[in-house]
Ligand binder design. Structure first.
Ligand code: HPA
Length: 279
């Protein structure tokens, strides 16, 4: 009980810290996962706060992520961006993984953009494809909303219909059509990792309705939706778990494929963020 009160207190204390440090808070946030690292170069940065300087923030450990909370302008919109996220496989619990999203909620963020790298099960997918996430299947072993519910944060039993904003998905399709970009669409399966999948697991995820699988995003999206935010997400397909062509996958290959797809991911995200009407 006291722990729970402390948790709310911690969220609010961090929100207060950010308000004091940065001033007016944005209504739009981005989690710069794999494939979106370069987007940071397009942000006119006003503040960049290393996670270890933000009270109550966990500290990022994984290779390839720096761990800063960035504030600035992107295409005329005020935004905040997480450069580096917290993965469950690193050992954080679900409240830690999703803590930054609660802080976003507390400072008044209304729309969340996320990206990740994922392995594709859909046989129509190719390495380097960008997938608009239309829905997810949560296979994490713990749930970020487990435990006492705080009605001021959201409902006890939140719906997960339209977890991924139909209007933002439509906007992404429109941008892809205008720019003649190949964007695929599909269901993201969220798993804990850190192992990549066995061929049988890829086959299983495809059979249960998944198009791509990865080790992030689902916890953050659940918390964002619980908190009433609108969400848009994209995956870079960095390897394939398609029957007959399951490739040996490594972290380096994932990083390489993601880097190759990065300019297009960046372009699409930037245009959506430019063009959408803030709630
Ligand atoms: N499985 C899980 N996570 C991933 C994969 C994968 O094949 N590729 C990139 N992230």
């Amino acid at each position: 009980m006291t722990e729970e009160i402390n948790w709310l207190e911690r969220i609010n204390a961090t929100a207060r810290y950010l308000r004091e440090k940065v001033g007016d808070m944005p209504r739009t946030a981005i989690i710069l996962g794999t494939g979106l690292g370069e987007l940071v170069n397009h942000i006119e940065i006003t503040h960049a706060l290393p996670y270890n300087e933000i009270p109550n923030f966990p500290v990022s450990t994984v290779e390839g992520h720096q761990g800063r909370l960035i504030f600035g302008m992107l295409g005329g919109k005020r935004i905040m961006a997480m450069q580096g996220r917290f993965h469950y496989y690193e050992g954080y619990d679900m409240k830690e993984v999703t803590f930054p999203v609660r802080v976003m909620q507390a400072v008044g963020v209304k729309t969340l953009f996320v990206s990740n790298a994922a392995g594709g099960m859909n046989p129509d997918f190719r390495i380097g494809d960008l997938m608009i996430i239309t829905d997810h299947i949560n296979l994490f072993p713990d749930h970020p909303l487990r435990g006492k519910n705080h009605p001021e944060l959201g409902p006890r039993f939140p719906g997960m219909n339209d977890a991924y904003s139909p209007r933002l998905i439509a906007k992404a399709r429109e941008i892809a059509a205008i720019r003649d970009l190949r964007l695929v669409e599909g269901v993201y399966v969220g798993v804990q990792g850190p192992t990549f999948e066995t061929p049988a697991e890829y086959r299983y995820f495809w059979r249960i309705g998944g198009d791509a699988v990865g080790m992030s995003t689902v916890p953050e999206v659940i918390v964002a939706r619980h908190g009433g935010m609108e969400v848009f997400g994209m995956s870079v397909i960095t390897d394939l778990g398609v029957e007959g062509i399951v490739s040996e996958v490594s972290h380096e290959e994932v990083q390489q494929a993601a880097a190759a797809a990065e300019p297009i991911m960046t372009l699409v995200m930037q245009e959506i963020i430019n063009q959408f009407d803030e709630l």
